[in-house]
Design a protein. Sequence first.
Length: 294
Amino acid sequence: MDGVILVDKPAGISSAEVVRRIKARVKPARVGHLGTLDPFATGLLPILVGEGTKLAPFLEESDKEYEGVIALGAETDTLDPTGETIRTAPVPVLDDESLHRLVERFTGWIEQVPPVFSAIKRGGVPLYKLARRGDEVEPPAPRRITIQRLDLTVASPASLRFTLRCSPGTYVRSFARDIGVALGSAGHLTELRRTATSGFAIDQARLLDEVLGALESGDSTGMIDLRGALAALPEVFVDQAIAGGIRNGDSGALLGLVPAGCRYFKVVCEGRLLAVCQATSLLAGAIARVFADR
């Protein structure tokens, strides 16, 4: 069983727990996921199964889309509804002009300080573990991220609803905090839903219970195969003779077949994904990934 399962994660469980439940139904296949969703968050969680775990390097560096709600007037230590309030501030009147200024300020390249409660490691230990045991944790260094699209609307006198498209590495909890600060107030996330990531959209996903039920019955029809999961990459088609050379590490068999202007491309033999190659590495004799025969 190899491919990608798109799960609409419910609130209240971690991404690791989703992996654990699926792994129990597909073992001994390896299982992983793309892009952690916090337990309070919902939405699109791609699950990689079997040979699908090799796809991670080619799917992780993609834009993501979210929608959610920012509560104003209070900031929590986790920057979400699970934390303790650490700061309060008055909430200004939310009008069209102030929202327009926010959209302009937070669209494009911005500097963002990740949350203290994050998986970023210091001394080999995730910061959230240090914070939860009561250690004083210095905030991580700012990072440059991109918000390609941002829409803000008033959800209530003290909350904003948003949709955004952002680069990998963006912390939406930090975005909520920074929106609060920019308004001269405070803020934290109360709702978060991921609607797109890694080239997939939420309308392709199934509820976790549906996925688990299908796997229990041996139904894998909802799984996207390896080739389909990399639909955005150009393809090169080879016969069994060339495929044999690729399996043995002979990248020279692909010289002259590389699509123009691409960084990565798929090699397909008899309708199945054989390898993902980095075009610039072929002259050095490197093949990025060769997938097991099925």
